[in-house]
Design a protein around this ligand. Structure first.
Ligand code: COA
Length: 328
């Protein structure tokens, strides 16, 4: 079990039995017909809770995800890369805004979500708890982490909750630019000097394990997949997304002369499935529960941002606040 105190089984037991069975059946029939559920529609409490949990974690992943790449803006090699990376990082923060907005439609305030993030109560993606030591690490994130995110998000954008799906559609359009930018950066290094190629290879070696974790625990041990897939919040399972990523990107990585640090990685042509070394789920569990290499650092940055922005929020919310124009 990866979650905190409120496990899925406990939630399911307390939530579904209290629901009106007729309303529940109609809700499930609407989902079955492929209709979108909108904020003012009736929905079971468990659907609401699950969506808040998932969208909130997704939003946190976007703002925290901006940090490892953000540190490379000042050190990006050349003006064009700097401009592109700055725009990408800005996009990621914008994605968080869209997602917090979608989660707010379900009744949890943005302030509460941010508090839960900085207090360590909410999770965010495992992968952003690893350090981006070199420029090649930043290139890996831009290409392959964004590629993994697109696999997951394109699938879920066809899901059942209207505001989340609409946010995902817009996010995916922007992510596809990030992917092209990241691929271009990786091609440049992988076909560059010996030193550049080595730097890129070292980044692939460092990031491969977190990348395999990124899609979530294997379907055998995933806690929430069953109900999320039944209610079409998740449109592909964790393993299906992982397989799709491997199918689309391993050939592209190999094509560049890079290797992947997994001796068992191969496509079984008979089954059409990729075989790989089982990811270390203990490490995954540690990292998502606060004990990864950069968890403390990431949350400290967000806490500082929250403190530094307090005066702005207070000024905006003060009843007697006056807007003073520069010419007044
Ligand atoms: N990083 C951090 N936590 C993760 C994770 C990851 N890569 N994958 C799974 N988890 C957590 C889950 O949040 C859950 O914890 P909780 O019960 O405390 O909330 C636990 O591990 C069990 O996983 P699972 O039952 O498989 O969770 P899930 O059905 O929600 O699936 C995702 C996990 C990430 C696939 C799913 O939530 C998702 O698609 N999220 C939206 C996309 C997203 O957040 N992307 C992030 C980067 S852009």
């Amino acid at each position: 079990m990866y979650g905190g105190g409120n496990t899925f089984e406990a939630m399911k037991a307390t939530a579904l039995v209290d629901e009106d069975p007729i309303k529940l059946a109609e809700f499930e029939a609407r989902i079955e017909r492929g209709e979108k559920i909108e904020p003012s529609d009736w929905m079971p409490q468990l659907y609401r809770k699950q969506l808040i949990r998932m969208i909130e974690q997704h939003a946190h992943s976007e703002i925290i995800g901006a940090l490892p790449e953000g540190t490379w803006i000042t050190r990006a090699p050349g003006f064009k890369r700097k401009l592109a990376l700055m725009a990408k990082v800005q996009d990621e923060v914008g994605h968080a805004q869209l997602l917090y907005g979608a989660a707010e439609t379900l009744g949890k305030s943005r302030e509460d979500m941010i508090q839960d993030l900085i207090n360590g109560k909410s999770k965010y993606s495992n992968i952003f708890n690893y350090p981006a030591f070199t420029w090649a690490d930043s290139c890996f994130i831009s290409w392959l982490v964004d590629a993994g995110a697109i696999v997951n998000q394109v699938a879920n954008s066809k899901g059942s909750y209207g505001p989340y799906c609409r946010a995902l559609e817009r996010i995916c359009a922007e992510e596809s630019f990030h992917l092209k930018y990241g691929h271009h950066c990786v091609i440049h290094l992988a076909t560059g000097t010996k030193k550049q190629r080595e730097m890129m290879q070292a980044a692939v070696n460092r990031w491969w394990a977190p990348m395999m974790h990124f899609f979530g625990p294997s379907d055998k041990i995933s806690v929430h997949s069953e109900i999320l897939m039944k209610w079409k919040v998740k449109m592909a399972s964790n393993d299906e997304c992982r397989q799709q990523f491997l199918d689309m990107y391993v050939p592209k990585i190999w094509e560049l002369g890079l290797t992947i640090p997994d001796d068992k990685l191969m496509k079984n042509e008979a089954t059409g499935q990729w075989e790989y070394t089982e990811p270390d789920w203990d490490e995954f569990k540690r990292v998502i529960n606060g004990d990864g290499p950069c968890n403390k650092e990431r949350l400290a940055v967000r806490r500082k941002a929250e403190e530094r922005g307090r005066w702005v929020r207070e000024a905006l919310l003060a009843p007697k606040a006056k807007y003073v124009t520069p010419l007044a």
